[in-house]
Design a protein around this ligand. Structure first.
Ligand code: HEC
Ligand code: HEC
Ligand code: HEC
Ligand code: HEC
Length: 135
């Protein structure tokens, strides 16, 4: 009987932990901090954080995980990349692949993914991310 209760408790706790995982982290995000010349970008956040470490993108949140994010202050990229303090910091209004923080981050990884696997759905073309013309 005691063993049985422990088992039930274990299953319950494990179930709760799985349920709590990633609860509260946005599943999909529309990135529109700077959208002006091009349309906002639909970003499948969950699909990314299930296969990539958080801090690869959230570079100011060292050690960030799906478990500890609620105790950390996860700032939107735009906080620092819409009007950066320093001229050399990447800015999200740039169309350049080298000066826009999203282009630097997103396109480089997508290019690697496509180079590794030609079937990859990782978008590298302008219109594959900026789906519609700007409004
Ligand atoms: C992997 C996805 C991706 C690809 C590919 C991509 N972009 Fe972007 N781009 C973004 C994201 C995300 C932003 C930031 C949007 C925001 O902050 O509103 C952005 C921002 C921009 C901006 C500044 C915001 C605006 O609307 O004025 C321009 C201009 C732009 N991109 C042009 C391009 C061009 C031209 C190409 C092709 C050479 C391209 N992008 C390819 C994701 C992408
Ligand atoms: C491939 C890049 C990438 C990965 C990996 C990633 N994120 Fe994000 N995350 C983003 C982007 C981009 C945003 C949108 C920020 C914005 O709107 O400027 C965001 C937004 C968020 C936000 C909302 C912030 C706000 O207030 O707007 C939270 C919370 C968050 N991420 C947590 C996480 C956690 C936890 C992980 C790891 C389990 C993770 N992210 C992995 C790119 C990523
Ligand atoms: C608290 C401010 C802050 C936040 C929030 C922030 N960044 Fe940054 N980011 C910076 C600064 C400052 C730099 C300039 C280089 C440095 O000092 O790290 C930078 C540099 C970068 C670079 C260029 C790195 C390189 O190797 O050239 C990329 C890409 C980038 N950020 C993407 C993002 C993305 C995507 C997010 C949101 C998920 C984000 N940043 C959130 C401040 C921030
Ligand atoms: C560390 C690598 C990495 C980073 C960083 C990354 N991606 Fe991706 N992304 C991928 C891979 C790999 C795929 C393709 C998955 C597949 O083939 O199913 C993908 C797919 C996508 C897709 C297509 C989803 C679909 O199912 O059609 C979009 C849209 C996308 N990424 C947007 C972004 C944006 C916007 C950013 C930057 C904020 C970003 N990604 C950053 C690796 C990355």
């Amino acid at each position: 009987m005691r063993k049985f209760n422990l088992l039930v408790l274990f299953v319950l706790v494990a179930g709760l932990a799985a349920y709590a995982y990633a609860e509260g982290i946005p599943e999909k995000i529309t990135i529109d901090d700077c959208a002006k010349k091009k349309s906002a970008v639909e970003f499948p956040h969950k699909a990314h954080f299930e296969r990539t470490k958080c801090e690869i993108c959230h570079h100011v949140n060292e050690g960030l995980t799906a478990e500890n994010f609620a105790e950390m202050e996860v700032k939107a990229c735009g906080t620092c990349h819409v009007e950066p303090e320093k001229a050399e910091t990447p800015i999200c209004s740039s169309s350049s692949t080298k000066k826009n923080p999203f282009h630097i981050l997103c396109i480089s990884c997508h290019k690697d993914a496509v180079a590794e696997n030609a079937e990859s759905k990782a978008p590298t073309k302008c219109t594959a991310c900026h789906l519609k013309p700007a409004e």
